[in-house]
Design a protein around this ligand. Structure first.
Ligand SMILES: Cc1ncc(COP(=O)(O)O)c(C=O)c1O
Length: 410
């Protein structure tokens, strides 16, 4: 894993060059596009600070990245910034997920939800087109700790959902899952879209891809795997160089990453990445007015979002990002050590920055004061989670621990 870190002046040069290659509504005779630069009354383009602010300049220029820019043909009006998006997808596929010299496709989606739905949609179309599968022969498999975008996708795409139970302490996929899937096979399901987690929302748990593929292979199933790394994608592969969730695994077809979580990029920076050839299954032929047609769920989307993610990754470089992740993990470990000393039970995956504490150890008032997130807002929560993000300082954690020391209720 390696990508170079760029200084501010290099970043500025790359982005402003890209913006220059884009269509400029001020200087080109643009009669046909239903769009323009941002409203000049509110977002004036001659603000002096803009010359040092490549992201804000991109926002104001307002490039539309409709379509998919890792494929051959795209809308030419914004090809400068589209190239940056293509570089970003390649960087993520090869450096984060160990892709080889092959080509990978993908795009910057509205968020993790869209990226997951896109992945499931593509695999559904793959089975329909390659195997003539009917929707009721395809099942969507995910774990009970998976994000709610999976049931959302199942509902949207009319796929039967198979929810794999997990062990309540280790959060590992339980062996009962094998029977659940076997039953579905007996009931006539022939094709399986399997979503595994690289960091679940509530626990940060990471599924064991080798174990799951072993038992899926033993059942002789026709399946493909999508990895939901919306939360963990920018942390787990950096913390665990031996991660098995990579493009080196032949069954893994695609990944979701989410810039607007760990990377602290603006909302609207989910990322979908897949192996070459799969984007084609999401082609919407009828997108005739878009050059190169559309392969994404979203339609129009801001090119500034791709630039934001690219800028953050390029500012840190791979080594800088690893250092940042290690600092967060050290802080997380220190919190875990203190909880252990106090005899408080919790779940923590060693390569993740989430600590999920059993609710009986936390006074609900403390949970509220420190804005811990419960596993449910409806009934009595069983768990509260802490996510050690950039703003979670050691001082804040110390305050939380001293509050816990005086108010442990278990
Ligand atoms: C594991 C996981 N997947 C998907 C998502 C959905 O991401 P978004 O809210 O960006 O749509 C989340 C959000 O928390 C998540 O934690």
């Amino acid at each position: 894993m390696y990508w170079e870190s760029y200084n501010h002046s290099k970043i500025k040069k790359v982005i402003f060059n890209a913006l220059e290659q884009n269509l400029d509504y001020r200087h080109k005779p643009v009669l046909g596009l239903p769009a323009s630069y941002l409203d000049t009354e509110v977002f004036y383009h001659d603000a002096p600070f803009l010359k040092d602010a490549p992201f804000l300049s991109a926002m104001i220029a307002n490039p539309n990245h409709i379509g998919c820019h890792t494929l051959n043909e795209s809308e030419t009006a914004f090809e400068g910034t589209q190239k940056i998006e293509a570089e970003l997808i390649d960087l993520c596929a090869k450096e984060i997920f160990k892709g080889d010299e092959n080509h990978y496709d993908g795009y910057v989606a509205s968020g993790g939800t869209e990226a997951n739905i896109q992945a499931i949609w593509i695999l559904k179309r793959y089975y329909e087109q390659e195997y003539n599968a009917k929707a009721d022969e395809i099942a969507l498999i995910y774990t009970e700790d998976a994000h709610y975008s999976m049931p959302k996708a199942g509902s949207l795409l009319s796929l039967e959902r198979i929810v794999l139970p997990v062990d309540k302490e280790t959060r590992a996929i339980s062996t009962q899952s094998i029977e659940v899937v076997e039953q579905a096979k007996k009931a006539g399901k022939k094709y399986f879209i399997v979503v595994l987690n690289m960091g679940t929302t509530m626990f940060g748990s990471v599924d064991d891809v080798e174990e799951v593929t072993n038992w899926l292979d033993n059942l002789t199933l026709n399946y493909k795997i999508h990895i939901d790394g919306a939360f963990g994608g920018y942390i787990y592969p950096f913390a665990n160089p031996d991660s098995k969730m990579t493009f080196q695994h032949p069954k893994i077809n695609s990944f979701t990453l989410d810039g607007h979580k760990m990377l602290q990029s603006p909302y609207g920076t989910g990322i979908y990445i897949t192996r070459e050839g799969y984007m084609d299954y999401a082609l919407t032929e009828e997108a005739n007015y878009v050059k190169g047609k559309d392969y994404t769920l979203i339609g129009s989307r801001s090119g500034a979002n791709a630039i934001a993610v690219w800028m953050i990754m390029r500012t840190y470089g791979s080594e800088g990002w690893k250092m940042k992740i290690n600092r967060l993990l050290d802080k997380t470990q220190r919190l875990c050590d203190q909880l252990n000393e106090m005899g408080i039970e919790f779940y923590h995956h060693p390569y993740m920055n989430i600590v999920t504490i059993k609710s009986n150890y936390i006074d609900p008032r403390v949970a509220k004061d420190f804005m811990l997130v419960p596993d449910t807002h409806d009934a009595h929560p069983k768990w509260y989670k802490i996510v050690v993000m950039d703003h979670v300082t050691q001082g804040l954690l110390d305050r939380f621990i001293s509050e816990l020391r005086s108010q442990v209720v278990a």
